[in-house]
Design a protein around this ligand. Sequence first.
Ligand SMILES: O=C(O)CCC(=O)C(=O)O
Ligand SMILES: [Fe+2]
Length: 260
Amino acid sequence: MTTIKTTTAQKDIRLIENFIQSEEEERILLSNVFTNGEEEEESEEKGGCEEKRKKEQGKEGTLLSSWKVLSGRRVKTFGGTVNAQKTIGERLPNFLKDLCLRIENDERVKETFSLSSSSSSSLQQQQQQVLRLNHVLVNEYQPNEGISSHQDGPLYASFVCVVSLARDEIVSFTPHEDFKDALKPFDVLVPRRSLLVFYGKSYDCYLHGIRGGGGRRILGSKREGDDDDEKKRISLTFRHVKNSFIPGKALSGALFGKRR
Ligand SMILES: O=C(O)CCC(=O)C(=O)O
Ligand SMILES: [Fe+2]
C-alpha cells in the first residue's frame, strides 16, 4: 500500500496502520459521544447553560461536547476550549482517555519521538515529557469535504496524533512560505483505523491540509464496489495543550511549560 509518496520529511512522520481494530472502530463510531448532540446542534449556537451541560453528562459522568460547524466540516472539542491566557481543561470521556494512554504508551510512538531527526536531545526529552495528550478534536468530513492548509496554533505542543476512522484520506503537506525553496510538498495516505503522528520538521516547516474526495479515488486505486469514498470520515486529533489547567487537579499540562 502506498503510504508516504515522497520522503522529504519522513523522519518526522510516522504512520501506524491498524492502530484501531475494526470492532473498536465500530464501537467508537456508534458511541454516544458521536450520536449525542445531533439534535442539539442549534441550541449550541445560543451558548451552553448549566441544565444543558447536565443533560450532556454522559453515562460515564463525562461532559459530552456538541457538534459545531467549522468551515464546512463538523467538529467536537474535548479537553476544553483552547485559550491564549489559560485553557480551562475538561475531563475527557473515558474512551478518549484510554486512547490517549494507548498512544502515549505505544512503543512505536515513543520510538518515533526518540528518532526525531530535527531534535536536539533536550528537545527530545521535552517531546517525551509533553507526550501527555490532554485535548482531542473530532472532525467529521462529508465525502468531498476537507480542511484547508494550516498549521496548528502555538498553544499546542509541536506534535499531532491523528486517528482516522470510517474511510481513507490523503493529508497533503505543503512547505511553509519560509521553506518553499528548500522543501517539497508531499502527500500521505492515511488509511481508516490508522494513527498518523507528525512533529518536528513536518509540524514546524509544513502546512497540512486535506483536499477532500477520499484516498482511494485520488490515488486511482478505487476497487469495484468499494464505496468507502462515499462515506463520512471521522478523525480524532490528539494534542497537548501547553497551558491547560484542570481546576482541582494537582498535576496538569501547565507544568510542562513552553517548549520553544
Ligand atoms: O482530519 C485530519 O486528518 C486532520 C485534522 C487537522 O488537521 C486538525 O484538526 O487540525
Ligand atoms: Fe491541523
